[in-house]
Design a protein around this ligand. Structure first.
Ligand code: ADE
Length: 384
C-alpha cells in the first residue's frame, strides 16, 4: 500500500486547489460574510445533507436565529420547526443546547479553541476544524468523507474511507498539502472539488487539474476507490392511528433521548412477525396508550427511506376511545394548527393525506413512495 505523498506533489496539489477555487468557488450563502456562528450552523446542516437542500434552510435559519443569543432564547419547538424536513433532528436540538452553553460559558460567542468546541453538543472533530479554519483562520484540515475520498484517490489507496491506516495517510497528505495561512479556502476548495470533480460516482477525471498527480487515475482505479461497504436497507413495517374528532387530531410527542426527540407524531409502532397491520395497531394502542382501539379504514400507505431503513407505513382512521390520555405529550390539535407542531416527514405526509381526505379528495387510500424524506437528501449513503 502506497501511503505517502512527496512534499513537492503535496504543495503542488494545495496550490492548484487554491487557484481553481479562486476561479470556480461555488457561490454559497454561508460564504458571503462568514461568521463563526454562520459557519457552525452551515456545517451542522451540511454534515448529513447536500448543499442544494441546505441553502434555503440556512437562509431561513439565519433570518430567524441570526446569532447565538437568539437561538439560545428560542424554544425547542421553534428550533425543530425551522429544521423540519432536513432530517436528523438531533442536530437542531444540539445546536440550541450548544447555543445556551455558549451563552453561559463563552459570553454568547462561538469559542475558537478545539477543546471548547468539542465540549459543545453536536460538535465533533470535523465541525470543530471547519469552524476553526473557516471562521478563525487556524491552519487545520477539516477531514470529512468527501475529503477522505479525494485523498484516497490521490494516494491510490484501495481502502475503505474509515480504515485506520488509510485515515492516517489521508490526514498526513491533506496536512502536507495545506498552504499555510489559507486553510479556510483550502478546506472549501477540497469540499467543492470533492463534489464537482472528484465525485463519489463518475469522477470527472478528464476535467481534473490534478489527474496527472492522482495515483488512482494513473492506475485506472478511480472507480474502485474508496472501496464500498455493502450496505443493505433494513425493512420495517409500521402502523399509526389517526384519531379525528370535531376537526381535531390526536398527536403525541416523542420522548427525550431517542430518535426524533421532541417531535410530534401519530401514535403507533412496528408490526411484529405474523401480525396483521390492524392487529399490530390495536396492540400498540393498548400497550402505549392504554386504549382499546379498533382500526377503521386505511387512510394512507407510504414508503419512507431513512439512511439505513426502508419504512413501510400504514395509517388507519380510528374511532377515538374515551380513555386516550391527554397531557403535555398527548394532545388534540385542530387540523389547521398541525403545521405548528414539528413532525418527522413521514407523519407530515399523513397530515397531507388527512387534509385531502377532509376536503373530500381522499376517497381512495393515498399510496405514495418517496426517497429521502421529501426536501431532505441525505448524503451519507452517496458519499461515504
Ligand atoms: N460541505 C461541508 N461543508 C461545506 C461547505 N462549507 N461548503 C460546501 N460544502 C460543504
Amino acid at each position: 500500500m502506497l501511503c505517502a505523498m512527496d512534499a513537492r506533489t503535496a504543495h503542488l496539489i494545495g496550490r492548484r486547489l487554491l487557484a481553481w477555487y479562486g476561479k470556480s468557488a461555488r457561490d454559497l450563502p454561508w460564504r458571503h460574510s462568514p461568521t463563526p456562528y454562520g459557519v457552525w450552523v452551515s456545517e451542522v446542516m451540511l454534515q448529513q445533507t447536500v448543499v442544494a437542500t441546505v441553502i434555503p434552510y440556512f437562509e431561513r435559519w439565519m433570518a430567524r436565529f441570526p446569532d447565538v443569543a437568539s437561538l439560545a432564547s428560542a424554544d425547542e419547538r421553534e428550533a425543530l420547526a425551522a429544521w423540519e424536513g432536513l432530517g436528523y433532528y438531533r442536530r437542531a436540538l444540539n445546536l440550541r443546547r450548544a447555543a445556551r452553553l455558549a451563552m453561559e460559558g463563552h459570553g454568547g460567542r462561538v469559542p475558537s479553541s478545539q477543546a471548547a468546541l468539542l465540549n459543545l453538543p453536536g460538535v465533533g472533530p470535523y465541525i470543530a476544524s471547519a469552524i476553526r479554519s473557516l471562521a478563525f483562520g487556524k491552519d487545520e484540515v477539516a477531514l470529512d468523507a468527501n475529503v477522505a475520498r479525494v485523498f484516497l484517490r490521490l494516494l491510490g489507496l484501495r481502502a475503505e474511507a474509515g480504515d485506520a491506516t488509510a485515515r492516517r495517510a489521508i490526514r498526513g497528505a491533506a496536512e502536507q498539502a495545506l498552504p499555510p495561512g489559507r486553510s479556510g479556502d483550502y478546506n472549501q476548495a477540497l469540499m467543492d472539488f470533492g463534489s464537482l470533480i472528484c465525485r463519489p460516482r463518475r469522477p470527472r477525471c478528464a476535467d481534473c487539474f490534478l489527474a496527472e498527480k492522482c495515483e488512482a487515475f494513473r492506475r485506472g482505479l478511480q472507480h474502485d476507490v474508496p472501496q464500498r461497504t455493502a450496505g443493505t436497507l433494513k425493512r420495517i413495517r409500521t402502523v399509526v392511528a389517526v384519531f379525528v374528532t370535531d376537526g381535531r387530531v390526536y398527536v403525541q410527542k416523542r420522548p427525550p433521548g431517542g430518535l426524533f426527540e421532541g417531535m410530534w407524531e401519530f401514535p403507533g409502532g412496528k408490526v411484529q412477525g405474523g401480525e396483521t397491520p390492524r392487529r399490530a395497531l390495536a396492540r400498540e394502542c393498548r400497550e402505549e396508550l392504554g386504549a382499546s382501539v379498533t382500526p377503521g379504514r386505511k387512510l394512507a400507505e407510504l414508503t419512507h427511506y431513512y439512511t439505513v431503513f426502508e419504512v413501510r407505513l400504514r395509517a388507519f382512521l380510528c374511532p377515538a376511545p374515551p380513555e386516550l390520555p391527554e397531557d403535555e405529550a398527548h394532545r388534540w390539535v385542530p387540523l389547521g394548527e398541525l403545521d405548528r407542531y414539528p413532525m418527522p416527514s413521514a407523519n407530515r405526509r399523513i397530515v397531507a393525506a388527512l387534509e385531502a381526505h377532509a376536503q373530500g379528495q381522499g376517497s381512495a387510500p393515498v399510496r405514495r413512495s418517496r426517497r429521502g424524506g421529501g426536501a431532505r437528501r441525505t448524503r451519507r449513503r452517496a458519499r461515504a
